[in-house]
Write a protein that binds this ligand. Sequence first.
Ligand SMILES: Cc1cc2nc3c(=O)[nH]c(=O)nc-3n(C[C@H](O)[C@H](O)[C@H](O)COP(=O)(O)OP(=O)(O)OC[C@H]3O[C@@H](n4cnc5c(N)ncnc54)[C@H](O)[C@@H]3O)c2cc1C
Ligand code: SF4
Ligand code: SF4
Length: 332
Amino acid sequence: MAEVLIIGGGVAGLEAALTLARSGVRSIIVEKNTALGGQARHYNCKAVDGVCQACGACLALQKAEEALKDDYIRILVGAEIAGLENDHGSYTVAIRYKEQLLNQTVTGIVVAVGLSLWPTEKRGEFGYTQLPGVVTSLDLEIILQQSPEALGLAPRVAFVQCVGSRDSARGVPYCSRVCCFYVPRLANLLQSSHTGSEVDIFYLDRQHYESIYSASPPSCRYIRAMPGKVTTAPESQLQVAYVDPLTGKLVNQDYDWVVLCPAILPSREVSQLASLLQITLDNGGFIAVHEGVFTNQTGIVAAGACTGPMSIIESVASGQAAAGEMLHYLRI
Ligand SMILES: Cc1cc2nc3c(=O)[nH]c(=O)nc-3n(C[C@H](O)[C@H](O)[C@H](O)COP(=O)(O)OP(=O)(O)OC[C@H]3O[C@@H](n4cnc5c(N)ncnc54)[C@H](O)[C@@H]3O)c2cc1C
Ligand code: SF4
Ligand code: SF4
């Protein structure tokens, strides 16, 4: 009986497994972390006053719960691929799991190893890891989830978009596609949970992947500038220096928190995995795919953000498409 290996248990990998299961195909998910759901398990629900903001975050938990209940899906968390032999489309995979090495034969592979974040500390002038109060957007999600009181009363917050993105000289040349989408929702959540907070959003460009400012709180201020420097100031926790786009003058603005939105990179292990599976990567280091999911190897498809920056909903759709092509390949 066909059994498919799925590498990565984020929303893309989970959706691929669930789609295969619906057609009666068994799969085994190998997830390196101890929990399923990928990056999205760290994100908060962005509903405000009970109104859903369509951020997609709840899909992580929902898909993980469905997969855990499904008899056609075997899940190994805290596991990784240690070796692979390809015998004309039948793969023998060595899986490192709980200090043992399991050998498993599978008929196809879905790679769904997701994303990682650009190392924000490379932009030394923003003070990440140096100045208390300078965090990434992922850090802010975790603070809001675990210790929202740490933000203080009525905090003044600056979001800085495009940190490392669209910057060939110091970062990556491409757009990360999701930050223009998640920042307004995050700002909205912050303002509704922390009464009196003030939010400024520094941005370079408007990316119209959806009506991105529809979720912005009315009191949030958009400033079209890339800050030059973040410092500490005598009477303020942080000070952001930027050139006012309207007057051309240098402004030093005080904040309690500066939230940097880093570029999206592929998963850190993607190149090691690619050489094991003998699949090719594109110029950005993402898995090179044609028609959305096909790698250069027959029987190996890829899904989700390991093929390029995308949203949760897009990653779910990509997982579904990858599983659909896998069923076709298996002639099911
Ligand atoms: C700060 C931030 C906020 C975001 N907010 C939103 C939002 O509000 N809404 C939205 O739609 N999108 C948002 N996104 C994008 C969202 O995170 C992605 O769309 C989604 O996580 C992609 O899902 P995925 O399954 O492809 O990858 P991931 O979520 O990255 O999951 C991949 C999984 O593979 C595992 N893995 C990696 N390498 C290996 C390996 N070698 N072996 C085994 N397992 C491995 C990882 O541990 C992980 O569990 C945000 C992104 C960032 C960075
Ligand atoms: S989509 Fe987002 S805002 Fe809507 S219920 Fe789910 S987590 Fe909450
Ligand atoms: S999605 Fe918006 S914030 Fe993110 S890189 Fe693209 S333009 Fe910059």
